[in-house]
Design a protein around this ligand. Structure first.
Ligand code: DGY
Length: 320
C-alpha cells in the first residue's frame, strides 16, 4: 500500500493487526520510550504516527516526519505531550482515546480514595515489615467516607465516573471547573458546582480530573493545599504536574492535609524524594488505565483513528 505507519512503542496485538492491515508498519523494537533523536528518526516519511504519552509531538517532530504526514493517533486520552495547534496549522489530524478508559481510571481514583482515607497501604507495609500489632479500639484508625464530601476538580467523563462511585458509597459530591456540567448530569450525580476556593475549603476528599494545561500546571500548590481542611485527602489520577509535588510533600509532612493518593507524578517515573518516606501518602505507578481490556480498547481505538484518516474517513475520536 506504500503508506508508512510508525508505532513508537509496542501496543496490544489487535491494534497492531489493524495497523499492519492499513499500511507498512514500523514498530519500535524497544520496550521503552524512544529518545527524542530515535523518535525523530523513526517518524521520517511517516503517513501516520501512533504515539504514547511520553512522546513529545511538536514542530520539530513534524519537520522530521515530513509534509506527507496525515495523522497522529495518541494512545491516551490526555494529550499534554502534543502541540495540537502545530498539527492543525499543518493540516495533520490528531486523535486521542476518550471513553474507553473512563471506568478503569475512575476505579483507580476510588481505590486511592479508600487507600488513603483507610490507611490501607500503610497497614500492608506494617505487616510486611513484621511489625508487631494487635487489634485495639484505637489501632490505625482512618476516616470514614460515608456522608463526607468529595470535591471533583474537572467533571469530565472520568470525574463523572468517580462521582458515581462516590454516590454509591454515600458521599456528597461537589465539583469545580470552568464549564458547568449539563443539568441532567448534575441531577444524576446530585453534584453541585462550586468555585475552586469553596471546593478546597469544604471537601473531605479532593480528586483531580482536569487535563494538564498551562492553566492547570501546579493548580494545587502550597497556597491551595493550605486552603484544604487538615483532615482532608488529595487524590491525583490525571497528570502529575497539576500538583506541586514538593509543596505536597511539605503539606503532608507538616499535617497541613491528612493524606494523599497519587497515581501520577511530576517527573515520571521519578517521585519526589520527600514523598517516599511519608506514611500518609499512597504511591502507585500510573496504573489508571492499566487493565488488559482497557489497554486493548485504547490501542484498537487509536489504530482505528489512524487507519480511518489514511483511508480518507473521519476518525472515530478526533481532537482537531
Ligand atoms: C491517559 O490516557 O491519558 C492515561 O494517562 C494513560 O494511562
Amino acid at each position: 500500500m506504500g503508506r508508512r505507519i510508525v508505532v513508537t512503542r509496542r501496543i496490544p496485538e489487535p491494534a497492531l493487526d489493524l495497523l499492519a492491515g492499513g499500511g507498512e508498519m514500523w514498530l519500535s523494537p524497544h520496550d521503552r520510550p524512544l529518545s527524542v533523536e530515535e523518535l525523530h528518526e523513526a517518524v521520517a516519511g511517516a503517513d501516520a504516527v501512533v504515539t504514547l504519552l511520553h512522546d513529545r509531538v511538536d514542530d520539530v517532530l513534524l519537520d522530521a516526519a515530513g509534509p506527507q504526514l496525515k495523522v497522529v493517533a495518541n494512545v491516551a486520552v490526555g494529550y499534554d505531550n502534543v502541540d495540537v495547534p502545530a498539527l492543525t496549522a499543518r493540516g495533520v489530524r490528531f486523535t486521542n482515546t476518550p471513553g474507553v478508559l473512563t471506568e478503569a481510571t475512575a476505579d483507580i481514583a476510588f481505590a486511592l480514595i479508600l487507600m488513603t482515607t483507610r490507611r490501607l497501604a500503610e497497614g500492608e507495609r506494617l505487616i510486611r515489615a513484621g511489625t508487631p500489632w494487635n487489634w485495639s479500639m484505637f489501632f490505625m484508625l482512618g476516616s470514614g467516607i460515608q456522608a463526607k464530601t468529595l470535591g471533583i476538580v474537572g467533571l469530565g467523563q472520568i470525574g463523572q465516573a468517580t462521582a458515581r462511585r462516590a454516590r454509591a458509597f454515600g458521599m456528597d459530591v461537589i465539583y469545580s471547573g470552568r464549564r458547568r456540567a449539563d443539568e441532567a448530569v448534575e441531577r444524576d450525580l446530585a453534584a453541585r458546582h462550586v468555585s475552586l476556593d469553596e471546593l478546597l475549603t469544604t471537601a473531605d476528599v479532593v480528586s483531580l480530573h482536569c487535563p494538564l494545561s498551562a492553566d492547570t500546571r501546579h493548580l494545587i500548590d502550597a497556597a491551595r493545599l493550605g486552603q484544604m481542611k487538615p483532615t482532608a485527602h488529595l487524590v491525583n489520577t490525571t497528570r502529575g504536574p497539576v500538583v506541586d509535588e514538593a509543596a505536597l510533600a511539605d503539606a503532608l509532612r507538616d499535617g497541613v492535609i491528612a493524606g494523599a493518593g497519587l497515581d501520577v507524578f511530576e517527573r515520571e517515573p521519578l517521585v519526589h524524594e520527600g514523598l517516599l518516606g511519608l506514611d500518609n501518602v499512597v504511591l502507585i505507578p500510573h496504573l489508571g488505565s492499566a487493565t488488559i481490556e482497557t489497554r486493548t480498547a485504547m490501542g484498537v481505538l487509536a489504530a482505528r483513528n489512524a487507519v480511518a484518516v489514511l483511508d480518507g474517513h473521519e476518525p472515530p475520536t478526533p481532537v482537531n
